[in-house]
Structures are given as C-alpha cells and as structure tokens.
Ligand binder design. Structure first.
Ligand code: 5GP
Length: 202
C-alpha cells in the first residue's frame, strides 16, 4: 500500500510570521515540498517563474477556472491566486508531503471540496503586537498598515474552523508546534503502513 502524501494548509494574517515559520519547517524537514500556486500578479524582482508561483495572464487563469483545473482559487489583494488540482493529486499519489500557503477564503473552499488536508492557522499573540510588527517593517506606508490590520482582524475570525491554531509569540515554540503537527500526521497509522509492511510481516 503506497503511502499517501500529506497536504498541510497554512494561513495567517500578514505579520503573523508565517513566512519565517515555513522557512524553518523546510530547513528541519527538507523532504517536504511547497505547493507552487498560479497567480495573475506580476512577479517581484527576485521571483522566478515556477519557483514562488506560476505567473499567468488573466485569460490563462480564467481558462483554468473554466476547465475546473483549480482545487481552490481566490481573489487576494486584487489578484487571482489558485492551487491546481493536479499539484495536490500528484503529491498525494507520489507520497510527497506538501505545504500550501493560501488565504482563508481559498482554504475554506479547499476544506469543503478536498478531503484529508490538515489546516493550520497561525496568529499573532495580540492585535497590539501585530501592529508593532507591521510598523516595524519600515517600508510600508501607514495607510497600508492600517488596511492590513483591519484585514487581519477579519482573517483571525476564520481561525475557528481550522484544525490547529498556533499563536506565534515565541518563535522557537511556534516552530516546534508546527513541527509537532507535521510529525503527528506523518505518524498516522495509514501513512506508516507502507514502511511497516516492508519491515514486518503485518
Ligand atoms: P503574495 O502575493 O504576497 O505572494 O501572496 C499574497 C497572499 O496570497 C498570501 O496571503 C498567500 O497566502 C495567498 N496565496 C498564495 N497562493 C495562493 C493560492 O494558491 N490560493 C489562495 N487562495 N491564496 C494564495
């Protein structure tokens, strides 16, 4: 029996520390893969096609929507973002554990339509701390920060339907909590049977 890949979905408001947590997770577990989404937003200077995203035109994206090629998709900050169904199916079939960094709307659509994902919401310890972190990123204009804070307050309400919540107060504790969730799901009996079957006659 082939081991089924794990689909781990992470969502967080901007400033909660999701990117840093993901980076640590990939360092600790080099065999996990990041799902590469499709987006209509323009690539940022250092972004390479096929690494961070597949960058596509509105027409190409809409064609994929019409062909039911997406497991989920959503409008985020005025652009369209979507996860291809084939990305999830291939990872699952090939026993690859996949991390999806998607927004709450997309995560909810996926939860309704796709069985078996594990949903993790990462939140800041308080709205005050979130503000402090966003203001600490000196490059952002005050108006953008205010908009992010309002949006974060809305997104945090969505945390209730996720499977797990991590409060990113102490970064190293949050890293361990995320790793614990991954490990626990990797050790589910149905994911261990392929390996155990090779070691023992069960
Ligand atoms: P950015 O443009 O900064 O890379 O990402 C903006 C937002 O889009 C992030 O909150 C990220 O979680 C979300 N996002 C990235 N890929 C997807 C996707 O495939 N589906 C959905 N629903 N959201 C995504």
């Amino acid at each position: 029996m082939k081991r089924e890949g794990l689909i781990l979905i992470l969502s967080a408001p901007s400033g909660a520390g999701k990117t840093s947590l993901c980076r640590e997770l990939f360092k600790t577990f080099p065999d996990i893969k990041e799902s590469v989404s499709y987006t209509t937003r323009a690539p940022r200077p250092a972004e390479i096609e096929g690494q961070a995203y597949h960058f596509v035109s509105n027409e190409e994206f809409e064609k994929m929507v019409a062909e039911d090629a997406f497991a989920e998709w959503a409008f985020v900050h005025g652009n369209m973002y979507g996860t291809a169904l084939s990305t999830l199916e291939e990872a699952r079939k090939n026993g690859i554990d996949l991390i999806l960094d998607i927004d709450c709307q997309g995560a909810l659509k996926l939860k309704e339509q796709f069985d078996g994902g594990v949903y993790v919401f990462i939140m800041p310890p308080s709205m005050g701390e979130l503000r402090r972190r966003l203001e600490g990123r000196s490059s952002d204009a005050q108006e953008i920060i205010e908009r992010r804070i309002l949006r974060a307050a809305e997104e945090i309400k969505e945390a209730r339907w996720y499977d797990y919540i991590i409060i990113n107060d102490d970064f190293s504790i949050a890293c361990r909590e995320l790793a614990a969730i991954l490990i626990a799901h990797r050790r589910k009996t149905f994911r261990m049977l392929e390996k155990v079957g090779k070691l023992f006659d069960i």
